[in-house]
Ligand binder design. Sequence first.
Ligand SMILES: [Zn+2]
Length: 348
Amino acid sequence: MRLTEAEHFRQIDQPVYREEIAPYLPERILDAHVHLVRRSDYLPGIDPRKLKTTAPEPVAVDFTPRHLDATMRRLFPRQRWEAFVFHAPYTVIDIERANSWIASLGRRHPHLHPLMIVRPDMRAKELDAAVEAGGFVGFKPYLSFARPHKGETRIGDFLTADHLKVAVARGLAVILHIPRKQRAADPANIRDVARICERWPTLKLVIAHCGRSYGPYYIEQAIGTWKGFPNLCFDVSAVDDPETIEVVLEHAGHRRLIYGSDMPVTLLRGRHLCVNRHCFFLTEKPCPNSVSPPRGAEFPMTFMAYETVRAVLRACRKRGLPREALDDIFHRNAANLVGCRRGVSAPR
Ligand SMILES: [Zn+2]
């Protein structure tokens, strides 16, 4: 018999928090990768449930500060928290409208640090004015906006010199979700990131999802090159493999690892699996692009967001890192990126 949501939460999820997370997770956290979504920002006639993304359902409905707050109280009841927030970066969203909503949230909620979704057609002057007006602390470029291109997308197709110029001049963080099938193992990606870091040595570049490395193989190919750039950081959002996180810790150090959740997507219960250099989603309930247990099989999973925290804690334990390293990973590294200019947690 299937568990109800309340039973599942009490019997499966809460013990994970109580036994594996709460005793170790710092009391103060900064989640550096949260999508806030307003359903009404989708362009007219668009059904977001049909988006060609890994898990369309979580971004097809509203996920507002109110939902985020309720989620954080439910999943991390002992933590005070802040978050880097940005809308869902899709071409079927009215980006100007979405960005101005995110900016307004940043003004109203001091614990929400707004990031602007940027398209390659946005020029430096216009970006600069938007950052000034919106109080953005960073940019979120995304491959769905890439200029049409023969062959696989390159980073330069959606992250432009204009973006980087403004980011450097204003000290903004850039959260980069890298393209291409081979992820962090792709030689073009490895080179493109290295060239950006060489050309813009003071740029605060954050490689999202550890380079979409949901298993160690991908990041292992890149880290030898990328570790040489001290301003290059890695967010662990949606990464739930401890070995992958250990690779970053070993080569780049804990000051360059940043906690992020990728909510609301990671409120799905499941995990990433990497099998023979293929990554996929394992989810408790069937999703359009995931694998899930056969019908009738009882296989209770927990939130992917919990799996990420679990993996970070396990990787830190295996590397023998002190408690202070956890404060860095779960809060200070991200706070330093935005100059700690506000440093306010959500009211309890
Ligand atoms: Zn994301």
